[in-house]
Design a protein around this ligand. Sequence first.
Ligand code: GLU
Length: 414
Amino acid sequence: MAENLNLFTSTQEVIKKALQKLGYDEGMYELLKEPLRMLEVRIPVKMDNGQVKVFTGYRAQHNDAVGPTKGGVRFHPNVSEEEVKALSMWMTLKAGIVDLPYGGGKGGVICDPRQMSMGELERLSRGYVRATSQIVGPTKDIPAPDVFTNAQIMAWMMDEYSRMDEFNSPGFITGKPIVLGGSLGRDKATAQGVTIVIEEAAKRRNIDIKDARIVIQGFGNAGSFLAKFLSDLGAKVVGISDAYGALYDPEGLDIDYLLDRRDSFGTVTTLFENTISNKELLELECDILVPAAIENQLTAENAHRIKAGIVVEAANGPTTSEATKILNERGILLVPDVLASAGGVTVSYFEWVQNNQGYYWTEEEVNEKLLKKMVEAFDNVYTVATSRNIDMRLAAYMVGVRKTAEASRFRGWV
Ligand code: GLU
C-alpha cells in the first residue's frame, strides 16, 4: 500500500487515536476532525504592470471553544484548502500543548512572493485583511507570520485592520515590528523553542549538548537561528541545507559565516562547490537530526537509514506516519512538530497579552516565560508517552487536543 503523504488525513488519524485514548466517543471526533469554519476568498490586486490579478486565499478556524483562534498566514504557491485546514488543526494542538487560551486557526494565499514587488505584496496583504475581515479580529481570530510572510506584512495587515476598525488595533495580529507593538523575542521564538526541546530531549538521552553533532535540514527563519543558537551552546552543527543542496563538515560548519552569506529566503549552498543532496543530508552520521524545511522528508523509504538518536521536527509534518512508526520501533526519540515548533505561537500569545495590557516586557522576561512553557510542555508530553508506552506524536496529540475537547463538552457542543 502506498504511504499516506496527505497531511490532512494523517492528522485526522492521529486526532482520532488521541481522542480514543482520552476516552472520548465518536461524537467528539466528528466535531474536531475538520475546522468549524473555512473561508475562501478571491483578492483582486493591481499589479505593477497595470493589470489586475485575482489571488485565492483561505482562512480556517478549527475550533474556538477555548478562546479566539490563532495562527499564521502563509504566502506560497503550494497553499491549498486541505493544507490550510490541516495546519489550523495543528494550531489547536500547539496551543493545547503549551496551554494557551486559544483554538487553532490558519490562513494562506496562493502566490509566489519571490516574484512580487513590495508594492504588490502590500496590496495583496491589505486585500487579504479586507477579504477576511468579517471573521478575524483581536477577540475572534488573530493572524501571525508563517511561510514567506514577515513583520512588514504583519504591519500592513495591522494598519489595514486599524483603518477599517477606526482605531489602532495592535492585538489584531502578532509578529509585528517592535515599534508597532511587536514583542521582543518574537522573531527568534520558534528557534528558541526548538532549542529548548532539543536540550530537554538530549537530557533524557544523556547526551551533552556540547558534544552533540547536529544536522539541520533548512536554513530559513527557523533553521538558521537554530543553527546559531546550537553552535553558541557549543554543539557541532555538521550539516545544513537549503532548497538547492546541503553542506557537510564532520568538524562542524562555520555558522556565523553561513548566516552572513545567506539570502532572505535562506539560500546559501549555491555559493559552494562541494555540496551533497538533501537526501544524503538526512542520512548523515549525527546525534540529533532536525528537519526544519518541508513536509514528508522522513518516509518508509529512508527511516531505516536515519542514524540520529533523536529527531526533532522543526518543520511542519516532515515525518510520515509510517516513518514515525519505524523510528519509534528503532528506539529513536522523535519530538513531534506540534511540540517542537510551539515556541512561535507562545511568544505570539505573549505579544497579544502585552498589546491588551499596554505594558511591555523585556526580552529576558519573554525568554524566561518561553523557557518555562516549553520545558513544561516537553515534560507533559514525555511523561504521557513513557507512562502510556506510546510514541511522542500520539502523546503530543493527546495533550494538545484535551483542552479543546473538554471546553467543547463544557459548552455543550457535544
Ligand atoms: N505560524 C506560526 C505557527 O505555525 C506562528 C503562529 C502564531 O504565532 O500565531 O506556529
